[in-house]
Ligand binder design. Structure first.
Ligand SMILES: [Zn+2]
Length: 287
């Protein structure tokens, strides 16, 4: 099976048309990286209606964090810097004392096989947090996604040591959220508008018929197995920095949810993350 390891020259936002690997298929059982599988896990959580309502107005920003030309240079060292402040009109709910660091080191490992359509800044509404449900490091996770034929990936993977890898550009749809509860497209304000090619998506039944989230979100996977203990501080600090980076890159504060908010019955994020999730939703850092 040909494997696409194309490395995009652009970090964050990039051009499209690199989906050559989208046609590959391989019937391999879905194991590991459970939260990205199309099935679900235990537990569930209904989304706060306010979350869905709060992000129904996409905000257009023409100020990506870096231009593609800047990306060319910055991509060489994997370092990014948050330089753009969100528009003042978007900060009604902003924390009064921002705590997030403004920089994050991102290792780019773009795989065009994960690209599922365009997602311009106007469509950015959510940051969806996931657990990998495995202990593999980010590089291994991405390689696994690329080899299993499911065409499923999140934009970012954050290791236990705080290492951050990105495998899908910010302006590109990734398949990380999959099908959500029937009715969630409307609840979350994420209509299916045809931008998502839905390649390799697998119908999981009438209770989970909505597929809009991928096209309006960025996915972050944290290397973690539910029930295995606390998330290391280094990992949480990296997620803090990544959230701040995304806020700056998009010029807005995306609504932060976990995967199970989109699809009830999914396992991630795990119960150990509940307090952190509440903190992220309140003031965008884990503590
Ligand atoms: Zn997940």
């Amino acid at each position: 099976m040909p494997k696409t390891n194309e490395r995009s020259r652009a970090s964050g936002f990039s051009t499209h048309g690199k989906g050559g690997a989208l046609t590959r298929r391989e019937a391999i059982a879905v194991i590991g990286v459970a939260c990205l599988a199309l099935g679900g896990c235990s537990g569930g959580q209904a989304p706060d209606a306010a979350d869905g309502a709060a992000a129904t107005q996409p905000v257009v920003s023409d100020v990506p964090l870096r231009s593609e030309h800047q990306d060319d240079a910055a991509a060489t060292d994997g370092t990014t810097a948050a330089a753009t402040q969100p528009d003042a009109s978007l900060q009604a709910d902003a924390p009064t004392t921002p705590q997030a660091p403004s920089t994050v080191d991102i290792n780019e490992d773009y795989r065009s096989g994960f690209y599922h359509g365009p997602k311009g800044t106007a469509y950015q509404k959510y940051i969806v947090l996931h657990d990998t449900e495995g202990d593999a490091d980010p590089e291994s996770v991405i390689s696994w996604w690329d080899s299993n034929g499911n065409l499923v990936a999140a934009h970012f993977v954050v290791g236990k040591d705080g290492t951050v890898f990105q495998c899908v550009p910010l302006d590109t749809i990734a398949h990380h959220a999959g099908y959500g509860d029937t009715g969630h497209n409307a609840l979350f304000g994420v209509p299916e508008d045809g931008r998502d090619d839905m390649a390799a998506s697998v119908w999981i039944g009438p209770d989970f018929a909505d597929y809009g989230m991928n096209a309006y979100s960025v996915g972050i996977e944290m290397v973690h197995i539910g029930g295995s203990g606390p998330y290391p501080e280094a990992q949480l600090d990296a997620v803090d920095a990544l959230v701040a980076y995304l806020d700056a890159a998009f010029g807005l504060q995306s609504t932060i949810i976990d995967h199970k908010a989109w699809r009830s019955g999914n396992s991630d994020t795990s119960p150990e993350f509940a307090t952190y999730l509440a903190n992220y939703q309140d003031h965008r850092t884990h503590n």
